[in-house]
Design a protein around this ligand. Structure first.
Ligand code: EZ4
Ligand code: CO
Length: 411
């Protein structure tokens, strides 16, 4: 079972996706996701120039060995570009192995540990009435767990609020390509003190309207200092959050010690992490409750399974990053892991657009708030290459923000 063909396919049906398509000499096809939002073409070059030539003619059955060869053999370790490229190879080889075994990948990982995966969706609104409408719309779609993001009085536009993106000339769904097509990223606003004053009042209103039981989540997008994050976690305790995500910039793992000392609000971190080492202190000191790693940005299925097995020893669960800039291939990869591991927590799920779903045919299902990867052999995703060819790459960037005095701020 040798790798005979390797193609890197770039398509932009609703937003940009980079897909590695491997084919073996016995005709099996494997897909891997290498999408790195806003820096897509760097991964394309990494794959085309430095990975594809090394793969041709090698044994497609050797997943772990290929991973170690690409990681250790390059000498230059870690980093989002490298790890997205390695992720695509790893996923494609798992896809091929599943097809060779005639089994869905989750069976190869040990089989199902549950019937389905609880998903959460993104509700948002610039004010309370529109936020409540958005929560109800998500409930009608079947979601039972909801991420709540809200506008802050005095700030014109902040990331994660759909209606504000629309006002700004973007699309209604902020995540659906854009944040936004164009040659330069959009500038948004930030003021942490205004946010810290406002957010607890929003969660109080949401609990009053929707009751105590619905799991509610919130994403801080790395915007706070440790002491600010501690203050917010404490202020949100009465509203019983499922988690507070990315409360501080994730590079500094030690910062979470301070946050942890002050609040019992559960913490989730790691959507921008690339390797298990980024979680080492967080896991061994039990400074977080949920691992946010995405298969696509973490080197694939193999390392995602390893970090979750490591986290399990510390009662830390999964909460894989699942925005629309993870392609249906990368999303399926983490559904297979989530179904198989014992310490699954929750799965972020933002539905892809219609053109994306027509380009990537998926066996995945979403019913009554629960996801399942399906039982097709491999990952359960087929790429329609003709459809993909209709949508060439379009430059698009995530937004950035500045404080009132012009200083660039984390978002
Ligand atoms: O900013 O997917 O939890 N979800 C998020 C996302 C990320 C984007 C980055 O590409 O934080 O909206
Ligand atoms: Co996030």
């Amino acid at each position: 079972m040798k790798i005979e063909r390797a193609e890197v396919i770039v398509t932009s049906p609703n937003r940009n996706f980079v897909t590695l398509r491997l084919q073996t000499d016995d005709g099996l096809v494997g897909l891997g996701d290498a999408t790195l939002n806003g820096r897509e073409l760097a991964v394309v070059a990494y794959l085309k120039e430095h990975v594809v030539p090394l793969l041709l003619g090698t044994d497609a059955s050797r997943i772990e060995d290929t991973w170690q060869f690409l990681y250790r053999g390059a000498y230059w370790r870690r980093g989002p570009v490298t790890m997205a490229a390695i992720a695509a190879v790893d996923m494609a080889l798992w896809d091929i192995k599943g097809k060779a075994a005639n089994m869905p990948v989750y069976q190869l990982l040990g089989g199902a540990s549950r019937d389905g995966l609880m998903a959460y969706g993104h509700a948002s609104g610039p004010d309370l009435p529109s936020l409540f409408d958005s929560i109800r719309e998500h409930q009608e779609m079947g979601y039972r767990s909801i991420r709540v993001q809200t506008g802050v009085p005095g700030l014109r536009a902040i990331y994660g609020i759909a209606a504000q993106s629309a006002l700004d000339g973007g699309e209604e769904r902020y995540d659906h390509e854009p944040a936004r097509r164009g040659a330069y990223p959009t500038q948004e606003d930030w003021d942490t003190r205004a946010y810290l004053r406002h957010l607890p009042t929003v969660f109080e209103a949401v609990r009053n309207e929707f009751g105590p039981s619905m799991p509610l989540l919130h994403d801080g997008h790395h915007r706070m200092t440790p002491i600010q994050a501690a203050k917010l976690g404490k202020a949100l305790e009465p509203y019983d959050l499922f988690w507070l995500e990315d409360c501080t910039p994730a590079e500094n793992q030690e910062a979470l010690r301070l946050v942890r000392q002050h609040t019992t609000t559960p913490l989730a971190i790691g959507e921008v992490f690339n390797t298990i080492w980024d979680f080492q202190t967080l896991i061994t000191e039990q400074l977080i409750d949920y691992v946010r790693a995405a298969s696509t940005h973490f080197g694939g299925i193999s390392p995602l399974k390893k970090v979750m097995d490591f986290a399990a020893q510390y009662q830390i669960k999964s909460g894989c990053h699942g925005p629309t800039d993870i392609s249906p291939v990368g999303f399926a990869a983490q559904l297979h892991v989530g179904l198989a591991i014992h310490n699954f927590g929750i799965q972020e799920y933002m539905p892809h657009g219609a053109r994306t779903n027509a380009t990537f045919k998926q066996s995945m299902t979403f019913e009554n708030g629960m996801l399942h990867p399906g039982d097709n052999p491999g990952l359960g995703v087929e790429l329609d290459v003709d459809e993909a060819g209709k949508y060439p790459y379009e430059q698009a960037y995530l937004p950035f923000n500045r404080l009132a005095d012009g200083t660039i701020h984390d978002w």
